[in-house]
Design a protein. Structure first.
Length: 255
């Protein structure tokens, strides 16, 4: 009986160490996405997408790996949470700004902090907040790409209609929402080609393959394509199982 207990303790300790390793991975997942309606004149547009940073400090390993390969940086919400010092937020923004221009959408945990101070810091660092608005990019030939962002769904702050008004009607549209459920509000006539989201942490911990949320993935829906990220940080316990920490380098081109 004593040997069995010792074995169980050893197995438990090994599992905890593995879950810690999964939680603090610095994995950049590379995606190549082709869309028939993506304007050829843009060539290839590279987006670095990171969501659900929470308590983590973004690794220099990631920054060094992708520096010089990024056109746009997007923070998909939950950059921070309660009790995270704003000094760490500033460190993370410093690192992300070395990659390229930074865009941000609000996550539910961002609102649990002094969100007015967070908003001021984002302004100070030149981060463009997409709160039911859009940013427009234009190629040398006049083709346009609209980057739309909506506020959090769980507080009924989201106004996709306003973001669409702010976007160019005849443009390639990418929508960023912390909550993947935004796709329930995306209609075919909105012509939103890609949605980037997080929030679910990919389930974070899967026990015997089960978790309240599915693992992060790219999914083709009837009305759009969505990328749901496992996220970079954790919520609650700093452990992961079956849904390792990740961020994304997305290359979009015509095809």
């Amino acid at each position: 009986m004593g040997i069995l207990i010792i074995l169980l303790l050893i197995v438990g300790a090994v599992l905890i160490l593995y879950m810690l390793k999964e939680a603090f991975r610095n994995t950049v997942v590379h995606h190549e996405m082709t869309f028939e309606n993506f304007p050829d004149s843009f060539g290839v547009v590279s987006i670095f997408f990171i969501s659900d940073v929470h308590k983590r400090l973004i690794s220099e390993e990631i920054i060094n790996e992708i520096k010089g390969k990024v056109d746009i940086v997007i923070i998909g919400g939950d950059l921070t949470e309660q009790k995270v010092p704003f000094k760490r937020v500033k460190q993370n923004l410093d690192r992300l700004k070395r990659l390229g221009p930074v865009y941000f959408v609000w996550g539910n945990n961002d609102y649990e902090t002094d969100f007015r101070k967070l908003d001021a810091i984002l302004l100070e660092y030149g981060v463009k907040v997409l709160d039911n608005t859009a940013a427009i990019f234009e190629s040398a030939k006049g083709d346009k790409l609209s980057l739309l962002g909506v506020d959090v769904l769980n507080q009924e702050r989201d106004r996709l209609d306003l973001a669409l008004v702010d976007a160019e009607e005849n443009s390639f549209k990418v929508l960023v929402s912390h909550f993947p459920d935004i796709t329930d509000k995306v209609l075919p006539e909105h012509n939103i080609s890609l949605v980037l989201s997080g929030h679910t942490h990919g389930g974070q911990i899967h026990i015997l393959g089960y978790s309240p949320y599915e693992k992060g993935k790219v999914k083709k829906l009837d009305n759009t394509v969505i990328l749901i990220s496992n996220g970079y940080g954790t919520t609650g316990v700093p452990l992961r199982l079956g849904a390792p920490a990740q961020c994304h380098l997305i290359k979009i081109k015509n095809g």
